[in-house]
Design a protein around this ligand. Structure first.
Ligand code: SF4
Length: 108
């Protein structure tokens, strides 16, 4: 599994820049650059919905399962990320569109 470093510290699942969710979904079906991708699993830690989910949190794990729709990325094989490590960026994110996969590299 991929090592995930995540700078979206405003996400309810973020624990010291690790993700506690267990698995995430990265979107970007038509993406040709990082900015066109996003982590759709992001949830603003200040939203009421996120507070309701707080009990379901897992531990902050370094390795995580990534379901990725950015099929134009070099690391994407059948919607799974094969990179050894990735960075999800979004230090000021308050919605999932504000995040992106900083490791995206276009195949073309
Ligand atoms: S590195 Fe590529 S395949 Fe892996 S999550 Fe980022 S965009 Fe998806």
């Amino acid at each position: 599994m991929t090592v995930l470093n995540c700078s979206a510290t405003t996400c309810i699942y973020n624990e010291n820049s690790l993700c506690s969710r267990g698995e995430i979904e990265v979107r970007g079906d038509q993406a040709h650059r990082s900015a066109e991708t996003c982590c759709s699993s992001f949830r603003d830690r200040n939203s009421q919905a996120a507070k309701n989910m707080a009990e379901k949190k897992h531990c902050g794990c370094e390795r995580i399962q990534i379901d990725c729709k950015a099929q134009e990325c070099t690391y994407n094989e059948h919607c799974k990320c094969t990179a050894a490590a990735i960075d999800i960026d979004g230090p000021n994110a308050n919605k999932y569109e504000d995040t992106q996969c900083g490791t995206f590299v276009c195949k073309h």
